[in-house]
Design a protein around this ligand. Sequence first.
Ligand SMILES: [Zn+2]
Length: 520
Amino acid sequence: MKPFVEIYDTTLRDGSQGEGINFSALDKLRIAEKLDAFGVHYVEGGWPGSNPKDMEFFKQASRRKWKTARIAAFSMTRRKAMAVENDDLMRQILEAETPVVTIVGKTWLLHVTEVLRAKPDENLAMIADTVRYLKDHGKRVIYDAEHAFDGYKDQAEYALATWQAAEKAGAECIVLCDTNGGSLPQEISRIVEVAKRKLTARLGIHTHNDCGLGVANGIAALEAGATHIQGTINGYGERTGNCNLTSVIPIVHLKMGLSGVPARSLTKLKELSEFVDEIANLRHDPRQPWVGQTAFAHKGGMHVHAIDRVARSYEHINPEAVGNQRRVLVSDMSGRTNILMKAAELGFKLAPDAPETRAITAEVKRRENLGYEYEAAEASLALLIRGILDHNPELLFTVDGYHVSIRSNGTASVCEATVKVRVGDQTAHTVAEGDGPVNALDSALRSALARFFPRLKQVTLTDYKVRILDGVAGTAAKTRVLITSSDGRREWGTVGVSENIITASLQALVDSIEYALMKK
Ligand SMILES: [Zn+2]
């Protein structure tokens, strides 16, 4: 049996500290569900009590069934000079109703005396009291040792005493954190080896990328005996980011020969990475190792020739192992594999050689060239696939025309939309006002169709994201709109692309409604 490495994702907590990253509670749920399906062991949802979004996330998360991931709430040791049971932090943690709690505490004596202004022993008591209290309340406790490496280098004995205090009080995993991201791989190995000798609990590692060593330091710790690693998808995080799990996961499997997430998930790594970027509304980094668009792109003539003969000669792994593809030989086959996988997920059975499969692959590629993106718009993809499988699917409704206008009296402005729809041989013409043009259009479209399809009353638009795509030389920039809708039971994403934001939004709205009506 291969040694087992626990993958702990903190995209939703540490990752969301990154500049330009802002997740709603719904975004967090969608990402958590994706991570759970992927097979990550822990998903840290946030800091209970820190903001209403995190509270909402934990409330929703406690009602859902999770397959592989355990949801963790993050918080810190009790305040000084206060009994643990009187500390509000503990009440908030318990209210989050997660099976796992991760507690951060001080290792570095400098921080204890200068920042906390506490006595060394009081810090030890704060760690022990907090861990024990949460254990007694049925929680599994992971202990994050802040500034573990800087603290150890400064005062080794005290640092060890803090980790031992957490272990003795019942923490099941002691995670050494390189909080400032300034350590080098050799220092990480040396200190993890010491901790390994002195502690019996599982050892974990949490690193930051300030020296460009986030992943290297995480791997150094695993090589030195840690078996739990914390990081974020795409390396999101404060300053230069956290340890990038999108690199760690394939390194653990394909380079170190250890087991982490289920092996079958590896081919979905690129998709996971793109999904999280879509939800964060960030452009996917083409140069990202393993999953970037250029990670396996070959340009040089000799290269291409050699690759043609023996792919191994210029590639460190087979790109398909992580769901990526070689770019010179963009073979029909590799594109088709992705489509087949996605189609199966959506409940369609496609034969690899069927002409429809080829037609679907070609259509997806054509649309991706136009700027469509289906990673987070599975409902639009399902409609596309269905459209090609049922050669001429009957349209449930058609939008015959629409008009959007904005009026302003100098201080306030009102948007108004009119929409004309046709269902069979009947038509409806409605007008609605809204906060913005898209909101007005959505209301008008929904009220026109609700007469024919009453169950649309349950469908609401829960999220709306807009991205301006680069114009290719000589053409105007395009707008991609991604909409998330919900019927109270589940959410689905749809996409629209146009040079005009209203047209792009309408496409995504129409797809959303079509999909709602298609489901039984
Ligand atoms: Zn951190």
